[in-house]
Design a protein around this ligand. Structure first.
Ligand code: ATP
Ligand code: MG
Length: 157
């Protein structure tokens, strides 16, 4: 198998599901290949650890840091288990390794680009569009990833 580490950025859309199928179709026969199905959780969608409201001179901490960590951890675990369900439905008799992962990052494009670097990814397979309602050829995440990574990107419908 020419590609050893394939990243499928996954946002629960039908396009992303097709990307999972295609990546498993490519890597399935090769036990040495690994498919990473990964959701980026934008940090802005998570509850903030501090309140920066009007009238507060300094950030007001909500709860203790360890319970905040636990909330973040449970969001990540929940997302991974949703991805694992999709993998279990799609894997058939794939021989390759398949991992479900979820990463908190500033934004999806940055998170995907960092994952490509840190996990030695050599191919990205992703949907042309995602959960967004806008019509057109390419979503903003696909477009951003095409611009920001140096490895080949396969976009699918
Ligand atoms: P937009 O978000 O610009 O309104 P869209 O939702 O139709 O448009 P994109 O968000 O670019 O399109 O989605 C294209 C593909 O990018 C998805 O099929 C998926 O593979 C990937 N993707 C999008 N968001 C995420 C995310 N948060 N985490 C991982 N992958 C994502
Ligand atoms: Mg989107």
């Amino acid at each position: 198998m020419y590609f050893k580490n394939i990243l499928v950025p996954y946002d629960e859309s039908d396009h992303a599901r097709s990307a999972v199928h295609i990546a498993l179709g490519l890597a399935g026969p090769y036990p040495e290949a690994k498919v990473h199905v990964v959701t980026i959780i934008p940090s802005a969608t998570l509850p903030s650890p501090v309140l920066l409201g009007e009238g507060f001179e300094i950030p007001y901490a909500v709860g203790d840091p360890s319970s905040y960590e636990k909330i973040m951890q449970s969001v990540v675990e929940h997302t991974c288990s949703d991805i694992q369900d999709v993998i279990d439905q799609s894997r058939d008799d794939a021989q390759c390794k398949i991992v479900a992962d979820a990463v908190i990052a500033d934004a999806p494009v940055e998170g995907i680009a960092e994952y490509v670097e840190s996990h030695d990814i050599d191919l990205v397979v992703m949907g042309r569009r995602g959960l967004g309602a806008l019509r057109g050829m390419l979503g903003s995440v696909s477009f951003g990833v095409l611009r920001s990574v140096d490895v080949p990107v396969l976009t699918v419908k």
